[in-house]
Design a binder for this molecule. Structure first.
Ligand SMILES: [Zn+2]
Ligand SMILES: [Zn+2]
Ligand SMILES: [Zn+2]
Ligand SMILES: [Zn+2]
Length: 418
């Protein structure tokens, strides 16, 4: 089998992917995560710099109704922190708010964050980098030079191991052991002073690359259901904590840290890492370097207990929204819902009249927000720069909150195949 496999392999040329891989292998941490993080930032930067005003770009993003929560906030961070502006996101969000209002008027589901273009790009890039890395490691000369530098996070290491054959399996195993030793050393030597740095390192290794940003708004949200979920999180983290319990996502880790301490939390991540295995074994022909017939390895882990509990409670939360709103005329006085909760609540509406009334009311709120965003964009224009900014200054943040939905992450491990 192996000789057949070797004979069939096409000659490997050095190209931009090869150089990117080699550059990534000189960095700290997982080389593939480093590549994904960089290409994601580049792609969003390019969108803001060149493409945000193009009708075709806006049309495509309207069709997806924006990005997932992680990429929405990454976009905000890149423009506000790195480019020192918020004109691009303001224009984009206004167009998305109007599209959401149009869908509500048409009685359509919103599905915000379900069809993120950047996530699709990430998955394609992941498949390219991962299969190319394994292909290069098949070359003994390349493997001798770069193999010893190889560090992969848990998801990437497990995904790569499904593609690997023969010698490459050994290289990956050695890299894996080096990573495990690194983690173990960190945990046993962790002091409270460098604890958060260690926690981030262990989480990066456990979860792999997750698009997100420190710019994500942690302040109380307008959406009453987002606020309710934020309050529930603390209660739900009061979960029986035993050795068999799944580990928390990045966002909910602090709740567990308060209860069981940093050392114990780190130990849990390491213990859980041992238990995670790939994988749906490739079912197609083993010509995995061909893009049209890739193997599809995946990683499955139990979801974060707080995220899972929140997901279980969501139907009850949506039902409570309607109970709290009797009589229904009060709908008009509620704060706007985020788009994810709005879909949930509309699906749980007691009757068609209530659903239509909520759609109409929320569509008008979204159009008001779009008008505020227009005003903010207008004042960014050179001719109006002297005009003082009012409450519309925070409208891009409120729009990002509205688009990015509830606080909890959808899944624990986000890296998957192309
Ligand atoms: Zn990785
Ligand atoms: Zn995304
Ligand atoms: Zn919400
Ligand atoms: Zn969670």
């Amino acid at each position: 089998m192996i000789s057949w496999f070797r004979r069939q392999r096409p000659p490997l040329e050095r190209d931009v992917v090869t150089f990117s891989l080699e550059n990534a292998l000189t960095q700290d941490g997982c080389a593939l995560c480093w590549l994904l993080a960089n290409q994601g930032r580049r792609s969003l930067w390019y969108l803001l710099w060149e493409r945000v005003n193009e009708p075709s770009t806006q049309e495509r993003l309207r069709a997806d109704l924006g990005y997932c929560a992680g990429h929405t906030w990454l976009l905000c961070e890149i423009e506000t922190k790195e480019m020192g502006s918020f004109l691009g996101i303001t224009i984009l969000f206004a167009s998305l708010m109007r599209e959401a209002a149009r869908r509500l008027d048409a009685g359509q589901e919103l599905g915000a964050g379900h069809h993120c273009e950047e996530c699709r790009t990430d998955r394609r890039a992941n498949a390219t980098y991962l299969s190319r890395l394994v292909q290069h490691l098949e070359d003994p000369t390349w493997a001798a030079q770069w193999g010893p530098r190889l560090r992969l996070c848990l998801p990437h290491s497990r995904l790569a191991s499904v593609l690997a054959r023969g010698e490459v399996e050994t290289i990956l195993r050695v890299a894996d052991q080096a990573m495990a030793a690194d983690r173990q050393r960190l945990v046993t030597t962790a002091t409270p002073a460098d604890g958060q740095r260690h926690l981030k390192y262990v989480q990066d290794m456990f979860f792999g690359y997750t698009p997100d940003s420190a710019a994500r708004d942690r302040a109380p949200r307008e959406c009453p259901l987002c606020r309710a979920e934020a309050q529930q999180q603390a209660i739900l983290a009061d979960w029986p904590v035993d050795d068999s319990a799944p580990v928390p996502c990045r966002q909910h880790a602090p709740l567990f840290e308060q209860r069981i301490g940093l050392q114990e939390l780190l130990r849990r991540y390491l213990a859980a890492a041992e238990l995670i295995q790939p994988v749906s074994i490739p079912t197609g022909p083993k010509l995995w370097w061909k893009h049209d017939q890739p193997a599809r390895p995946e990683i499955f882990v139990p979801p974060c207990p707080v995220c899972a509990a929140l997901a279980r409670q969501r139907p009850a939360l949506a039902a409570a929204f309607w109970q709290d709103l009797q009589p229904r005329s009060q709908i008009a006085f509620q704060a706007p819902l985020c788009l994810s909760h709005l879909d949930l609540v509309l699906a749980a509406a007691p009757d068609q009249a209530a659903r239509v009334s909520l759609r109409r009311e929320q569509a008008s709120r979204l159009r008001m927000l779009a008008a505020e965003l227009d005003e903010l964009a207008r004042k960014q224009d050179w001719n109006h720069r002297d005009e003082p900014l009012g409450p519309e200054l925070r409208s891009w943040r409120r729009a990002a909150n509205c688009l990015s939905g509830w606080l909890a992450g959808a899944s624990t491990l986000t890296i998957s195949w192309g």
